[in-house]
Design a protein around this ligand. Structure first.
Ligand code: BGC
Length: 435
């Protein structure tokens, strides 16, 4: 993605009267001054298309997006690379950093304040309050929210369901009926990977379904040990184990699950709506080839992950380019173009939801119902810091792969974790009084 757009050819007369073309040197200077390296984890087919779209928009503005994509769903590898690059004194100009981590990096003074851009573009008025608050630290704006993903999404192959006359499951009873029929026809009812973050993504959805947003926050944001010994946690664990009989879990990257649904090897998939974009990139149209409903028990709720880019402070030479990028990303047209390719919905509340597809519209409307209906994804870094998230993910994964591990034991371990790493222990991220 080279920044040719910024370099017009200019002719000027040399001493001997000959015309000299100075475009080459303009190109070099402009490219050097305006290149931003962007560290992120968007590497699947659809994620790439969404990132390329942003790169094209930037190129048209005279900026070059130098891609530093690190493979690994849910950013497992990217966050590690970001930490080591920063420790080595070579942070990128721009990075995908989401949730309370923005606060932590902000506290270290590493992030560029984008207050002028935010004020000039009226972000406070135009963004959903949850998206706005997420990028605030001590009254400064430290990030650019890009899109809101809904995690509690159940995808199903619509054509297959129509052919088999299967109802769309709205509760677990209906889900089981449908699953039985799919299984009887040799189709895996629910596509699922045994990758730790993917198991935990399903699990957090089940917790929301069993307990609703308030209970969910008690467990994953406030990290109350009591929430883990609660009956609702036991039910979510039991449901996770029961669902195993409808899956064929192997360790696979998430785009392969979308392929299984597209190829009718599997009938359904519970995943964040980045899977919608992947299904689209495989040629399936939303609402036709496949569709989506909220996972049973979570109908009115929105389990969210908000993709966000932050800018790293440097020697000041990149600042105007970084601000230009920040400004561009929140423009209504870019928001619509990007989110359509990424599967998420715009972070702006002033957009017309009629412009969105059927799944995106449902997501946008659920999110617009406000914080009471929203739950921040633990696994996708919206609820707590990395250490607590990783510890919970490890416990859930162990429980999922080994049927000998019983739910009560997991509950005890999780309660102990919450005591050790909970808010009383100093981890007050999602409730940060500094905000
Ligand atoms: C990110 C998405 C990404 C997904 C799969 C999530 O944590 O928010 O943007 O598509 O992981 O890698």
């Amino acid at each position: 993605m080279h920044n040719r757009a910024a370099c017009s050819k200019r002719w000027r007369w040399g001493r001997r009267g000959g015309a000299l073309c100075v475009s080459a040197c303009l190109l070099t200077t402009a490219a050097l001054a305006q290149t931003l390296d962007v560290l992120h984890w968007w590497t699947s087919g659809s994620e790439r298309r969404a990132a390329d779209y942003l790169a094209q928009q930037l190129a048209a503005e005279g900026l070059e997006w130098q891609d530093a994509a690190i493979p690994g769903g849910a950013g497992t590898g990217a966050v590690k690379v970001l930490k080591s690059r920063t420790l080595a004194g070579k942070p990128p100009a721009v990075a995908q950093l989401i949730g309370p981590a923005i606060n932590e990096w902000g506290r270290l003074g590493l992030l560029l304040e984008l207050d002028t851009v935010a004020r000039g573009e009226a972000w406070r008025e135009q963004l959903f309050p949850t998206a706005w608050r997420l990028v605030q630290y001590r009254r400064h704006t430290l990030g650019v929210p890009l899109g809101i993903h809904r995690i509690n999404t159940l995808f199903y192959n619509r054509r297959l369901f129509e052919e088999l006359a299967l109802p769309v499951p709205r509760n677990w009873g209906e889900f089981e009926q449908v699953a039985r029929q799919l299984q009887a026809r040799g189709i895996v009812p629910l596509a699922q990977s045994s990758e730790p973050w993917q198991v935990a993504t399903l699990f957090e959805t089940l917790v929301l379904g069993e307990g609703g947003p308030e209970y969910y926050r008690e467990a994953f944001v406030q990290r109350s040990p009591r929430a883990y010994t609660d009956e609702r946690m036991a039910r979510a664990l039991l449901r996770l184990r029961q669902l195993k009989r409808w899956m064929n879990p192997q360790e696979r990257p998430w785009p392969e699950l979308a392929q299984q649904v597209a190829r009718r090897e599997a009938g359904m998939l519970v995943m964040g709506d980045w899977a919608k974009a992947e299904l689209n990139s495989l040629g399936l149209v939303t609402g036709e080839g496949f569709s989506c409903v909220p996972v049973p028990g979570t109908h009115d709720y929105h389990l969210y992950s908000i993709d966000t880019l932050v800018m790293f402070r440097g020697d000041g030479s990149r600042q105007s380019a970084q601000e230009k990028l920040a400004r561009l990303l929140v423009q209504p047209a870019v928001q619509l173009g990007y989110n359509r390719l990424k599967g998420s919905v715009p972070v702006r509340r002033d957009l017309d939801p009629a412009a969105l597809d059927v799944c995106a519209r449902a997501s946008w409307q659920a999110f617009a119902r406000g914080p009471g209906m929203q739950a921040p994804s633990l696994v996708h870094r919206m609820a707590s810091e990395e250490a607590f998230k990783d510890a919970v993910v490890a416990q859930i994964h162990r429980y999922f792969i080994d049927d000998q591990v019983n739910a009560a034991e997991v509950q005890r371990r999780l309660a102990a974790l919450a005591r050790a790493l909970g808010t009383e222990g100093g981890g007050k991220h999602a409730q940060n009084p500094d905000r």
